[in-house]
Write a protein that binds this ligand. Structure first.
Ligand code: SAM
Length: 262
């Protein structure tokens, strides 16, 4: 480590210290030429330093002003720009409006305490982010990328699958961080879907997904009491299912079909 820093737990600060992992993130991100890369939480700049070599520009959001001592000097006269603020409070569309690029990627080792808010912020930003490559806690990664029938499959898996094709790229041991966290991590790739299903009203779909998973052990008949169950069952039949099925066995396509027809 070539810097001095008091690590702050409240900002989820676990900095990557493994050169091989950093190189692997860059390689597997497959960042095309002419890409604007957004990074959330550059920390001491280990990943930023690699990103700047492959990106046209890097825009990095960092909440901890103490890191200015390390970062400003290190990235002087480069293609990296910092915004010293809480990522969740920014208008990303405004922040990137001066940039010229052909692709936008998010590549980041994000602070885990706000994993879901960060992903939701990206989805709702109105910015056409092609791919999100993020490090998350292994357990969270398993939930995000779970497929129907898997024990980790839940409303967040279906919700994210509406927007992205999600893959776990590789696991990162807790030993690769300073300070060392309690859990292992995983690098996730969320690639924007070009074949997103047609949905009449997203609000209806998202509510249906939430309601269906409300009580994990209950079946659809119990979780969807306020719905027109005759209609729901009619749709389920097309997929060889009935109201005794649990939400964890349904894929996105079925939820979309129900939401579009109730
Ligand atoms: N990218 C660095 C690395 O891989 O070594 C640091 C990763 S560390 C897990 C998360 C970083 O996010 C920290 O630098 C932390 O200060 C920053 N951070 C935490 N909350 C943030 C927020 N709301 N907005 C922007 N940055 C944040």
């Amino acid at each position: 480590m070539d810097y001095q820093h008091n690590f702050k737990k409240k900002f989820g600060q676990n900095f990557l210290n493994d050169e091989n992992i950093l190189n692997k993130i860059i390689k597997e991100s497959e960042i095309p030429d002419d890409t604007l890369v957004i990074e959330i939480g550059p920390g001491a700049g280990a990943l930023t330093n690699k990103l700047k070599e492959v990106a046209k520009n890097v825009l990095a959001y960092e909440i901890d002003l103490d890191l200015q001592n390390i970062l400003i000097d290190k990235f002087k006269d480069t293609n990296v720009t910092f915004i010293w603020e809480d990522f969740l409070n920014r208008n990303i569309k405004e922040d990137i409006k001066e940039y010229k690029y052909s692709h936008i990627f998010v590549v980041a080792n994000i602070p885990y305490y706000i994993t879901t808010p960060i992903v939701e912020k990206i989805i709702n930003s109105g910015v056409d982010v092609e791919k999100v490559v993020i490090m998350v806690q292994k357990e969270v990664g398993d939930r995000f990328s779970a497929k129907p029938g898997n024990k980790d499959y839940g409303s967040i898996s279906v919700f994210l699958n509406y927007y992205y094709n999600i893959k776990e790229l590789f696991i990162v041991s807790k030993n690769c961080f300073t300070p060392r966290p309690n859990v292992d991590s995983v690098i996730l790739s969320l690639e924007k879907r070009t074949d997103r299903p047609q949905v009449q009203d997203e609000k209806v779909l998202f509510k249906l997904i939430k309601d269906s998973f409300r009580f994990k052990r209950k079946n659809l008949r119990n979780n969807l009491k306020e719905y027109d169950l005759v209609k729901v069952e009619e749709i389920l039949k097309k997929y060889n299912k009935d109201l005794t099925a649990r939400a964890e066995t349904l894929d996105l396509e079925i939820f979309v079909d129900i939401a579009n027809n109730i």
